[in-house]
Each structure stands twice: as C-alpha cells, then as structure tokens.
Design a protein around this ligand. Sequence first.
Ligand code: TYM
Length: 343
Amino acid sequence: MSDNSSKKRQRVLSGVQPSGNLTIGNYLGALKQWAREQQHFESFFCVVDLHAITVPHDPQELRDKTREVAALYLACGIDPEVSTVFVQSHVRAHSELTWLLNCITPLGWLQRMTQYKDKSAKQQQDSVSTGLLDYPVLMAADILLYHADAVPVGDDQRQHLELTRDIAQRFNHLFGETLTIPEAMIPLSGARIKALDDPLSKMSKSETGSEYHALYLLDPPNRVKKKLMRAVTDSGRDIQFSDDPERAGVNNLLELYAALTEQEHTTVEAHFANARGYGDLKKELVEVTNEVLAGIQQKYQALTAEEGYIDELLARGAERACEVADATLATVRERMGFLKAHA
Ligand code: TYM
C-alpha cells in the first residue's frame, strides 16, 4: 500500500449564512473552491442558520433562505454523494460546544473582532445582541467539531479563523491535546470581491441599500448587464490591475473577470491591451458572468423543482454530521470533567 492510500483524508468544513441573496463574492470566495476541492478532502458544508439570527430576522425568510442556500451549494457544484451537506441547527452539538468554548474564551478576544465592530456600529447600541458578539465562538465550534484541517473561505473570514485557532490552542493547553488546529484556505483569485457601487467596500449579501451594490447568483441576465454597465469606475482608460484606491473599481471588474475565466492577471491584461475603454471590459464581463450564472441557475431550477429533494438530502447530511460532531463533543465533555449521563 502506498503512503498516500494509507493516510486519512484531510477534512474540510465551511458554511454560508442564509441571511440574504448569495452573491458572486460568496461564489468566487467560497463555493467555487469548495466544489473544486471536494474530491481531495472529506468535506462538510453547512448552512449556518444559527449565525443568521445574530441580527434581527424574519422566521419565514430564514426557512426559505436555508433551503435556497442548500440548493445553491449543489447548483454551484457540491456533490452530495461526495460531500456532507447539512444545516447547522440540525446538529445540536454546535450549540453545546459553543457554550463550552464560551467559558474559555476571553471577552476581550471577541470585542476586538472587526466584523463585530462593523456590524454593531450599524445597529442601535441597545439592540446589538449577545449572539452577535459570540458569533465567532459559534463559528469556532462549527470548525472544531469536525476536526477540520482546512477551512475554505474568502479573505474577510481570516480573523475569525485566527480566533478559532487561538480557542483550540487554549483548549488543548488547558485540557490536553484534543482539538485540531485548522488552517484558512483562501483562494488566490476572487477572495475579496468589492461592491459594484462602492469598490472600496466588500460586496455583501446583507447590504441591501442600493440595487447596484451586488451581483446575485440568481440575478437574470438583463439585471446583471444593468448592474455591471453601471459599476463605478474612474475617468482613466487603462485596463490594468492596480492597488491604487482611485482605480479600485476597474481593479474589481478585472478581478471578477480573472476569477470567472480562471485566467492569470497577465493574460487578462494582455487580452484587454487593445480595448477602447472600460466599456469593452464591462461588455465582456457581462458575457462571462451570465455564462457562469446560467449554468448555476439551470441546476438550481432543476433541483428545486423536485419537491422534498433538498429536505431529504439535508436530513441525510445531518445524520452523518451528527456522527462526527457528537463523537468530538463527547471527548470534549469528558476532558472538561463532565459526568456521563448514563453509567
Ligand atoms: P458569509 O455568509 O458572510 O459568507 C460566506 C462565504 O463567502 C465569502 N465571501 C466573500 N468572498 C469574496 N468576496 C466577497 N465579497 C465575499 N463575501 C463573502 C466569505 O468569506 C465566506 O467564506 N462567518 C461566515 C460563515 C461561517 C463559517 C463557519 C465559515 C459560519 N461558520 C465555519 C467557515 C467555517 C460568514 O459570515 O460567511
């Protein structure tokens, strides 16, 4: 037997919040690499519904979005025969491990998180929930329950991953080697897609102020065209990647083009070397975006046409996820000194 075949496959876990319409940023930063890597890892992909209630939410919308996001995982190429797809709240161990980890996580670590500072600043101080502050501990529980070696995410989750590592290290230090220390897996291209209407901020599914902010995976072709043709650029003409904040708009369009067509930056720049201006880039980007989205949308329609299919698949996923998560939780409980319920 070769070395490789005797080694256990490494584990991957990741998730998306069912808290809005999935964007092209979610696809390029996360889902696309999940689909690409799923053959190489033992993969767990959850719809993180418990995270979605850390800000005010509507129950019916949560139900609908949870199914929609699960269907979009599949439409983006996740194969449920290869990967485990499940809903976070179906596996109770996530909530319980969060409590246990809360008790070893210093408050200061959570108060320093940029996402918490940004999101809480957008709400009235007295309506910010304790859940919003605790959000990263729940995320750490998601990852640590599965002993994930790698966590494929976009660049904005880097800090949460660092915190997860810190929590795991602290646990291991206090109670003995138990939890696997995970690595962030961030794609080279598409990890930081910016808003079309404000290319200095992140494209976000929860930002609903302007209809020109984000490209959604379920946008029809004419809407994609409208949004991209209106995307903010500058008064220049050079179609080149750039770190200059003044040129962030064009840089973002080029980043989208490179990630969607899976081409190197130099190849993309060479392709547009003789273009007449930003209009040419936008027109080509409309075409490649609509081509990618058409594939996703066709699969999505087929999957959701089959009554009950997604729910069935999620029930199977939860069963498999529970096996792994419950075993980790049992070890954690034992290490922390909890008595077993039954002799
Ligand atoms: P969420 O739901 O905000 O985003 C889901 C994934 O999409 C990535 N992403 C982006 N990538 C590139 N450009 C963008 N503009 C962009 N916007 C979002 C995110 O980095 C993420 O990978 N905390 C997580 C959800 C979570 C999780 C987990 C992730 C909960 N538990 C365990 C991994 C492992 C979040 O809010 O993702």
